[in-house]
Write a protein that binds this ligand. Structure first.
Ligand code: FA5
Ligand code: MG
Length: 417
């Protein structure tokens, strides 16, 4: 039967996500606010700062790592964030009683299904599909407070690279005697039991070198980087990279040598590999000086338009949004008798060309047709705001009047001013 505790306040027995219904149970804890974020895919929205970073990372990997002229790494940025609990935890050797599984830290659809808490949830399936080198970008979900650096939805980029014996040792002279694996070895702080020390050292070097080149590409040669030892159930040894930001060290990624047991289970037991997972917001905040993680969800044009670069490699200089108050002024006019002649985008462009950066937003507030003459009238609200100081109504008025005159002159409308 349907227990009261397994239905939401609206009495629904299922949760719907991306067009699929999931049965609620005692694990269900997703909220409508969170579900509203699923499918937004900021990382796939052209010119969004997260998209921009993702594209820059992609192009770095595409141009640097090729195999017979083709990119070595394949990119997966459209995998559903709905995963099984098995994918998110078990496939990564995270024990059943591990604290990271807590309901208090994750968004569960039910006991079997959840919103992924990290892009590592896709490692095993992609390795199993036969890939040796791939990147995964996606939205990840963790229950957390909301402040300037924490938000319950953020974005990660995962990277995995596998090596056969031949691939790992090809640059080493007299490498015929070298082997990836050794029998009867011991697990130490530096390596897993089945790995040879020479394999691990080369992997670790390649991993750190790859990631150092990446952040140097993103931030320039002057970037300050340091490595910190850490622990993940799915890599060993494991490291975190920190980048110096505003006088402090900030963690930007976790990485390590993949647990061999994971590769064995994914059908790649004859290879070794490394993996990393980095936070796209963290990188974007440092790179573009974005002060608040909530801004990534902003639909404010003053935020988004700053990332409209012609070429993804061009620098972006981000201007924090103004804290000064906006002023709203309405403009109403009759459209030309043939209302088809009025192109709305022409009006927007005219407003922007006159108002420039003082114009924050233009929105249509009203449309109506005169009962006798049949003519159409429109009313738009223009919000003015200065980035550096409080704008006076008189200043805004002056710009607004110019817009009124220009609209009559250029668009064939008749002002109702
Ligand atoms: C992980 O999620 C591991 N899956 C990373 C990994 C992948 C390790 C592959 C080894 C191999 P962690 O929870 O530390 O680890 O998150 C990784 C990165 O995501 C962090 O370094 C940070 O850049 C970003 N991140 C984590 N939590 C947040 C948050 N609340 N807000 C913004 N970014 C975050
Ligand atoms: Mg971490």
């Amino acid at each position: 039967g349907r227990l009261l505790s397994t239905t939401d306040p609206a009495g629904q027995a299922t949760v719907e996500v991306l067009g699929h219904a999931y049965q609620r149970d005692d694990f269900t804890n997703v909220t409508p606010k969170i579900l509203a974020k699923v499918g937004r895919n900021l990382h796939n929205q052209s010119h969004h700062p997260l998209w921009l970073i993702k594209e820059r990372i992609k192009s770095h990997f595409y141009s640097l790592y090729t195999c017979r002229g083709n990119p070595l790494f394949s990119v997966h940025d459209n995998l559903s964030p709905v995963v099984t609990v098995e994918q998110n935890f078990d496939s990564l050797l995270i024990p059943p009683d591990h604290p990271s599984r807590k309901q208090g830290d994750n968004y569960y659809l039910n006991r079997e299904t959840m919103l992924r808490a990290h892009t590592s949830a896709h490692q095993r399936e992609l390795v199993r599909s036969g890939l040796d080198a791939f990147l995964v970008a996606g939205d990840v979900y963790r229950r957390d407070e909301i402040d300037t650096s924490h938000y319950p939805v953020f974005h990660q980029m995962e990277g995995v690279r596998l090596f056969s014996n031949h691939q790992l040792f090809q640059k080493v002279e007299n490498s015929e005697d070298l082997s990836l694996f050794e029998a009867g070895g011991r697990r130490t702080p530096h390596k897993q039991e089945t790995h040879s020390l020479e394999a691990v050292k080369l992997l670790e070097f390649d991993l750190k070198h790859t990631l150092t080149r990446l952040v140097t590409h993103l931030f320039g040669a002057a970037v300050d980087v340091r490595w910190v030892d850490c622990h993940f159930p799915f890599t060993h040894p494991s490291f975190e990279m920190e980048v110096r930001f505003q006088g402090d060290w900030m963690e930007v990624l976790g990485c390590g040598v993949m647990e061999q047991q994971l590769l064995n289970a994914a059908g790649a037991g004859n290879k070794v590999g490394w993996a990393f997972g980095l936070g796209l917001e963290r990188l974007a905040m440092v790179l573009y000086n974005i002060p608040d993680i909530r801004l990534f969800w902003s639909q404010d044009e003053r935020f988004l338009k700053q990332f409209q670069v012609q070429d993804i490699q061009l620098p972006v200089s981000f201007q924090p949004l103004s804290k000064y108050p906006p002023l709203h002024n309405d403009i109403s006019f009759w459209l030309p008798t043939n209302s088809q002649k009025f192109i709305e985008n022409d009006f927007y462009e005219l407003v922007r060309s006159i108002g420039g950066d003082l114009v924050e937003k233009v929105s249509l507030v009203d449309k109506f047709q005169h009962p006798r003459t049949g003519r159409w009238s429109r009313c738009y609200r223009i919000s003015y705001r200065h980035m550096e100081r409080t704008l006076t109504q008189q200043e805004a008025r002056l710009v607004h009047q110019q817009i009124e005159h220009a609209a009559e002159a250029a668009l064939g409308v008749q002002g109702r001013y």
